[in-house]
Structures are given as structure tokens and as C-alpha cells.
Ligand binder design. Structure first.
Ligand code: PGA
Length: 243
């Protein structure tokens, strides 16, 4: 069996002006030279995609978008298509993030159409799922995630173009993380519902202090990192935790 390779992905969200983004991308790319036991991905805001693509050119760091529109082009002011992300140098796109589902009212069916758009454009879709605090407290965490998977995954999913990120909404940006047992249980439940070999990432307040334990879980194939991905040192320490 080939050695398992984690994916450490940074979701920069709406952070960074040109100088910040280029500096961060260069700092990460400069270190990503040796043989790493993880793949590295950065997902900057759309305004920085071109500059970050330049900054990481020639390194093993990959580039991703944070969202896309279902259509390839058209009268959709403010939106960006999957084809545009691909054209800007992206290989991946984050879809269905809780800040889109809850902040922008994106339903499962909208997310599903975006995943299909990502595949149409040749991108790997990082499909985010996760329960709210109320859903977990009501004992509905598993049901919530299972129904998000059913509703957000188009037909034809396969491990080469899909990654699932389990991100409990209450753990995002709060400093709270799920227990190792909860992460393992949820990842196992997700794994039983998606194509064999699909990577499953954990996200939600991942930092250099907890990344080692999380990545050591057999069910975890990587991490999706928000806040801690904005500091090159922290992002790098997380990546090293997966060595
Ligand atoms: P966080 O964000 O690491 O800041 O909690 C994770 C995410 O939203 O992907």
C-alpha cells in the first residue's frame, strides 16, 4: 500500500492585501522544497490568485479558490466561475464552506451545482460539511452531515476529483476543536458514504498545537486550516506535524 500523504490546505478567507498574500505565499513556497509527507494547498481570496500563482510557481504548493459560480460565464455580477479559477492556475476549489452555507444561505442543491461546475472545469472540489452546535447538542450531528453529503454530492463522484472536509461549524474560528473520538467517528461515518479512497480533511481551529494529534488519527487525510494558515510559521508547523 502506498504511503499515506496528507493534504494541508490553507483557507485564507477574506484576508490579505497584495503584499501580505505574496509574502505569505513566498514564505510557504520557500520552505516547501524537500520531500514532504503532505501536499500543500493555499486558497487565497480571488484578488490574489494571480499574484499567489506567480509566487508559488515552481514549488509543490498548489492553488485553490474559495468558491465558484455554477455557470461557466454570464451575467453574474461579482461571481467567479470554476473555469476562471482553473484559468488563474487553481487545481482545487473549496465549496459549501459553512460561511457560504450559513452566511450566504447556500443550500445543498446550490452546493451540488457548484461541485458539478468544479468537475466540469477540471478542478478538485473540496466539499465542506459540518453540523452546528445546536445540531450536535441535539444528537443530530451525524444525520446533518449525512444529509449534506446526499444533498451536495452530484452523481459521478470519484476520489480523484473529490475531497470532503468535515468542519463542525462551532469549531470554526472559535478555538474549539472536536474531540479526537468525535473526529474519528464522523470521518468513519463520512467514509462509508463516499467513494473509496476519497480524502477526508478535518477543519475547525486547527493549529500547530493540535495538528499532530488530529493528523495521527487513521481516518484523517489532512486538515483545512483557516486562521493559522495566515502565518507562514504556523502553517508550516502544521505541515510538519504531518511529516
Ligand atoms: P479556522 O477555520 O481554522 O480559523 O477555524 C477553518 C475553516 O473555516 O476552514
Amino acid at each position: 500500500m502506498p504511503e499515506r500523504k496528507w493534504l494541508v490546505a490553507g483557507n485564507w478567507k477574506m484576508n490579505g492585501l497584495r503584499a501580505d498574500g505574496i509574502g505569505l505565499a513566498r514564505a510557504i513556497a520557500a520552505r516547501a522544497t524537500g520531500a514532504l509527507r503532505c501536499d500543500l494547498l493555499v486558497c487565497p481570496p480571488a484578488t490574489l490568485l494571480a499574484a499567489v500563482a506567480d509566487a508559488i510557481a515552481g514549488s509543490c504548493v498548489m492553488l485553490g479558490g474559495q468558491d465558484c459560480h455554477p455557470e461557466p460565464s454570464g451575467a453574474f455580477t461579482g461571481d467567479i466561475s470554476a473555469e476562471m479559477l482553473r484559468d488563474a492556475g487553481c487545481s482545487h476549489v473549496i465549496l459549501g464552506h459553512s460561511e457560504r452555507r450559513h452566511g450566504h444561505g447556500e443550500s445543498d442543491s446550490v452546493v451540488r451545482s457548484k461541485v458539478a461546475a468544479a468537475w466540469r472545469a477540471g478542478l478538485i472540489a473540496i466539499l465542506c460539511v459540518g453540523e452546528t452546535r445546536a445540531e450536535r447538542e441535539a444528537g443530530r450531528a451525524l444525520d446533518t452531515v449525512a444529509s449534506q453529503l446526499v444533498g451536495s454530492l452530484p452523481d459521478g463522484a470519484d476520489a480523484r476529483r473529490l475531497i470532503v472536509a468535515y468542519e463542525p461549524v462551532w469549531a470554526i474560528g472559535t478555538g474549539l476543536t472536536a474531540t479526537m473520538a468525535d473526529i474519528a467517528d464522523m470521518h468513519a461515518a463520512i467514509r462509508s458514504r463516499i467513494p473509496r479512497g476519497t480524502r477526508i480533511l478535518y477543519g475547525g481551529s486547527v493549529n500547530p498545537g493540535n495538528a499532530g494529534d488530529i493528523l495521527a488519527l487513521a481516518e484523517v487525510d489532512g486538515v483545512l486550516v483557516g486562521g493559522a494558515s495566515l502565518k507562514a510559521d504556523d502553517f508550516w508547523r502544521i505541515a510538519e506535524a504531518g511529516r
